[in-house]
Design a protein around this ligand. Structure first.
Ligand SMILES: Nc1ncnc2c1ncn2[C@@H]1O[C@H](COP(=O)(O)OP(=O)(O)OP(=O)(O)O)[C@@H](O)[C@H]1O
Length: 270
């Protein structure tokens, strides 16, 4: 168990991580990442590597800096210090769209859907955006039928293609956000609390879908999630954020048993 802000691949290998592979170049490499805004340090000296096909989950108390870290990795916020590499390329100075073209995609904690649009229209709009088209000249009729069918089938939403986004259940909305994400064929997916607001009945199907996108399609996943049972099912490793730092990075069971991590959650059982 690492108690510093730096977790190296060798530390992960030593932990017995099932995804460890010393000769595989990391998909993502963070070195001493920091983000300071208005004099407050929100993310502080975070370093870690993520290997191809790995599933890394992030937990931590509210305000620990998980979403801020995702913003830095995806390019929505510029780092104050440190470097970010994707597939060995230094992307620290690259904009979010450039990182997306390299295969990085993300979802957001709060729903990013358009209530007045149908499920299929969301996929069509994402397809047009991926091609670099202007939203203003977007045409509804006959666009991307195969793509729409493929990603909606993949996310179990084909039967809801013509439904308005505002009529979806919370679980279906999360699936639609994943469908929109899949249009860009991301190899590295950052999922920010994909279970937020989802009913207990819908959690298993959503968990299975995310598991399949990772396991069956080989996508690398970083996911912020508070449901420990979900993490145990999905994650190769769990990163614990606390006050902007990386408190621990190890297998889910080792992290949950760590007294330092327990302390970070005010003594509550994880
Ligand atoms: N643009 C900003 N300007 C100033 N402070 C910010 C900004 N964005 C985030 N913060 C602060 O940074 C801290 C970390 O926020 P962040 O949303 O990253 O935490 P989190 O771990 O994702 O929390 P939660 O689990 O509640 O989503 C919070 O105190 C938040 O208020």
């Amino acid at each position: 168990m690492s108690s510093s802000n730096t977790a190296s691949p060798s530390a992960a290998d030593a932990s017995g991580d099932r995804a460890a592979s010393a000769d595989t170049a990391p998909v993502l490499r963070l070195r001493d990442i920091g983000w300071t805004v208005g004099g407050a340090t929100i993310v502080d000296s975070v370093s870690f590597d993520v290997r191809q096909g790995e599933f890394l989950a992030f937990i931590g108390p509210n305000g620990a800096g998980k979403t801020s870290l995702f913003n830095l990795v995806s390019g929505l916020s510029p780092v104050s210090r440190g470097t970010i590499e994707l597939d060995g390329h230094d992307v620290t100075a690259e904009a979010a769209y450039a990182r997306a073209r390299r295969g990085l995609g993300r979802t957001f904690q709060t729903s990013s859907l358009w209530p007045g649009m149908t499920v299929a229209d969301h996929v069509r709009l994402a397809a047009q955006a991926a091609e670099g088209g202007s939203f203003r000249v977007w045409r509804r009729a006959g666009s991307y039928p195969e793509l729409v069918d493929r990603v909606l089938t993949r996310t179990q939403l084909a039967h809801r293609a013509d439904a308005g986004a505002d009529s979806l259940s919370h679980g279906e909305k999360r699936k639609l956000e994943l469908a929109v994400l899949l249009v860009g064929e991301p190899r590295l997916m950052l999922l920010d609390e994909p279970m937020a607001g989802v009913s207990a009945e819908e959690v298993p199907a959503l968990t299975e879908l995310i598991h399949s996108l990772h396991q069956d399609e080989g996508r690398t996943v970083l996911m912020v999630e508070h449901h420990m049972d979900v993490l145990l099912e999905l994650a190769d490793r769990v990163a614990v954020m606390h006050h902007g730092t990386l408190l621990a990075l190890d297998t889910p069971r080792t992290v949950m048993a760590d007294p330092t991590v327990q302390q970070a959650y005010l003594g509550e059982e994880l």
